[in-house]
Design a protein around this ligand. Structure first.
Ligand SMILES: C[S@@+](CC[C@H](N)C(=O)[O-])C[C@H]1O[C@@H](n2cnc3c(N)ncnc32)[C@H](O)[C@@H]1O
Length: 297
């Protein structure tokens, strides 16, 4: 299994083998919620569309793709000079004071430094958009050099986007495979983490996602969806067929505590293509065999 160079809440590293069982072959994989890209680096499609609403994440991929050597050199410097708590807090302050709009190389490298040094790899911003995760108190943070090289090489096959998922799913057509890993529907009122960026992902977003996926399936895309094992998931994504898989999740509240939880993988039923030839007048000059789809709602 290939590992991402980032830690990510809800990262799919632990169940990648299960997910791959449900992903068909195809030319292009579209990930509207790419996160740390665990599915991306463990699959082999000809091309990828990778998207996430978090500009820091997508800009880090952008700069890593453009110049992995420069990216890793500056990151190594931050690791060397930033192992202590006061250095972490100073780097976090530099990150928060940096320009957020557009692309900013140092900010992108700092984002990866913060990810590897903060508490549990949590990515959280306050309402003003400031990264506010405390120091992770690691004895020595792992420098993910091989993981970054591997990721950077694979990014040659990917186009990167930073927008809302609906726009990206709108790009899918016949033969595309979409793997969707949105922030999960909470399993309880208190336990869940759904705010990856500054805005929470609410039930109305899941409804929007369901509608966008059904529209893409009708255009001929194949859909695979991950979500929590809750009655609400089955209710919102009513037309999906769900399979239970066991994942080991670390909780955001307790570093190192990992427990097995069941989650769901959903597949949208494929429309079956059937060719029907009408043989009433096959020799007639206007005769055309008709292909139509069944299973469409
Ligand atoms: C569960 S994580 C994806 C984890 C990823 N599959 C992995 O293995 O690392 C969900 C992602 O959705 C992104 N996200 C949240 N709201 C979004 C939106 N409206 N459009 C696109 N991405 C969004 C978050 O920034 C987060 O990275």
């Amino acid at each position: 299994m290939n590992r991402s160079f980032l830690k990510w809440q809800g990262g799919k590293g632990s169940i990648i083998t299960e997910i791959k069982k449900y992903l068909p072959t195809g030319k292009r994989l579209i990930e509207p919620f790419v996160g740390a890209g665990n599915v991306f680096i463990n699959t082999d499609y000809e091309s990828y569309i990778l998207n996430d609403i978090n500009p820091d994440l997508i800009n880090a991929y952008y700069f890593l793709k453009a110049n992995p050597k420069a990216f890793m050199t500056l990151l190594a410097q931050f690791f060397i000079d930033g192992a202590e708590q006061h250095e972490y807090l100073n780097n976090r302050r530099i990150f928060n004071n940096s320009r957020r709009a557009g692309k900013n190389f140092t900010r992108s490298v700092l984002f990866v430094y913060l990810n590897r040094h903060c508490f549990n790899g949590v990515c959280r911003y306050n309402q003003s958009g400031l990264f506010n995760v405390p120091f992770g108190k690691l004895k020595s943070a792992y420098f993910p050099d091989l993981e970054m090289l591997n990721f950077a090489e694979k990014l040659a096959k990917a186009s990167l986007h930073c927008t809302d998922f609906e726009k990206i799913i709108g790009m899918a057509g016949e033969g595309d495979v979409i793997y969707c890993d949105p922030p999960y529907i909470p399993t309880s009122k208190t336990a869940n983490f759904t705010t990856y960026h500054t805005k929470a992902f609410i039930n109305a977003d899941h409804q929007r996602l369901n509608a966008a996926l059904i529209a893409a399936a009708k255009r001929g895309a194949y859909i695979v969806l991950s979500n929590s094992n809750t009655p609400e998931t089955r209710e919102v994504y009513l037309d999906f067929t769900f399979y239970e898989v066991e994942a080991r999740r670390s909780s955001a509240a307790k570093a190192g505590s990992r427990k097995a939880v069941k989650e769901l993988i959903g597949i949208y039923p494929q429309k079956k293509k059937t060719s029907v030839s009408f043989c009433l007048l096959p020799h007639h000059p206007d005769y055309i065999p008709i292909t139509f789809s069944i299973g469409d709602k």
